[in-house]
Design a binder for this molecule. Structure first.
Ligand SMILES: [Zn+2]
Length: 144
């Protein structure tokens, strides 16, 4: 595939930082990794240099694999493309999803391929990974 035939990805690509790189590296492999606190044993998401719950810096990464289920905690439907690249995606469902196995962890993403009229608070979804470049992927959601 030559440079000319690639579809250019125009949307923002999340930056990897020292705090979040394991999260995005796992996403690139189509897996979910979460930061976990060794002191209070809770997940710390979004990740940071220390636990948002107890302040401990004794945090590690746990791989949760690729079978991730959740329920819609809240959502909005965007009818206007506020950034370049989204003009063909509207209306776009942007959801905050609580993980079934750990409801305190909420992960934002788009609900892809679904009828927006079928989405409400409590709708069950599963995580999918959208390949956006040759080496990057975004965690997203699909209706179960
Ligand atoms: Zn903690």
């Amino acid at each position: 595939m030559t440079e000319d035939t690639k579809v250019k990805y125009e949307k923002p690509i999340p930056l990897k930082t020292i705090d979040n790189a394991p999260y995005w590296d796992a996403a690139d492999r189509h897996e979910l990794a979460l930061q976990k606190c060794n002191t209070c044993e809770g997940y710390n998401h979004p990740p940071g240099p220390s636990c948002a719950n107890c302040g401990s810096t004794d945090v590690v990464w746990e791989n949760l694999g690729n079978d991730i289920r959740g329920t819609v905690y809240t959502y909005v439907i965007s009818y206007r493309p506020f950034l370049p690249g989204f003009q063909n995606d509207v209306p776009l469902v942007i959801a905050v999803v609580a993980l079934d196995d750990s409801p305190d962890v909420k992960i934002m993403g788009n609900v892809l391929h679904g009828n927006k009229d079928n989405i409400t608070v409590g709708t069950p979804v599963k995580m999918v990974w959208e390949d956006i470049t040759e080496d990057r992927a975004l965690p997203q959601w699909e209706l179960l």
